[in-house]
Design a protein around this ligand. Sequence first.
Ligand code: ADP
Length: 399
Amino acid sequence: MKILVVNCGSSSLKYQVFEMTTKEVLAKGLVERIGLTGSSLSHRREGRDKTEISGDVPNHTAAVRIMIDALLHPEYGVVRSLDEIDAVGHRVVHGGPRAVQSMLVTDEVKEIIHECFSFAPLHNPANLAGINACEQLMPATPQVAVFDTSFHQTMPPEAYIYGIPYELYENYGIRRYGFHGTSHKFITLRAAAFLGCEPADLKLISCHLGNGSSLAAVRHGQCVDTSMGLTPLEGLVMGTRSGNMDPSIVSYIIEKANIPEAQVNDYLNKKSGVLGISGVSSDFRDLEEAAAGGNKRAQLALDIFAYNVKKFIGAYAAAMDGVDAIAFTAGLGENSAAMRGQICAGLEFLGARLDKARNGAVRSREALISSDDSTCKILVVPTNEELMIAMDTHEIISA
Ligand code: ADP
């Protein structure tokens, strides 16, 4: 069975084709600059060189068409006919309260995606455009929507209701939704498999640390809390996002720092976080290098980030009445032994003891990095959101 996974952004389309019997990637690609000049497709069939194709890609339908042409190509394609693709799984950023799981696309599901446009104005319209384009050009193939928010829909109200008038929740749906759900779900499944147990046996803290970062408290396989909120701005200090702060800072900086109201959102999403603190970069590799060279603000940004993650780990251990495992994933979590070490320093009171040598030796592979006497296991688990989308899609069309 072959599943095509599609992730549409406003000007890009990423795709991967999976053979589900082996979970192998057969081909992957990226269409860039949709609707702009100089559009191109970079496509790679597994085991072959990349193929670069430039062309006119005025909209998402054209992007899907150029992807299909590449997948069918006699030389670098991977199928002879579209019938060989059993389903398409689409990443959808926001599913709101009604998307409690991945769903076969119907008119009602499209309505759900549309209802959430205002929560995710940059992503949901593009996600829906991708679905419509695939429906149009692959009318016989089932389409499945996999939402970044749905894994978090098991949170209890005390975790998702904000301390603001309840009518704002009732009338506008203002509540915590959480993101990176596809990644946190994948980490939950892989961490349990790695430890030789079921997700139902675990109290797990999943730490997705990349450009965007979030933590999820997963008790017995179900998410009970997560750090991102109505939008991905809440929670940890991130690459360029502020994370948690006093909300009155917004009106204060409009008034005192002359930041135009219309730019505040951009300011907090794109110019803040470790980039804003350090003035150096949002990339943690640059920050580690600058800090090693004596840059104090780069060091401060790293310290703040590590402190933030550690504080959430403590909070989530309390939320679950304990923690059996902590898993690190995404670009920073998978690769930076230094950051993992800094976050875990002092967590021994939770029974979490990092093994320095094990931690130092791990990059981007599944591994235990806690010591043998650590009652809370610490793991590195590379995430694979595309595979998780393919697995959900496979499950839905097989049901
Ligand atoms: P995104 O949220 O864009 O998917 P990623 O999960 O790819 O992000 O993570 C990107 C972040 O991971 C960047 O800040 C990058 O600096 C960091 N990162 C990747 N490799 C390393 C490394 N070896 N050491 C430190 N940080 C790393």
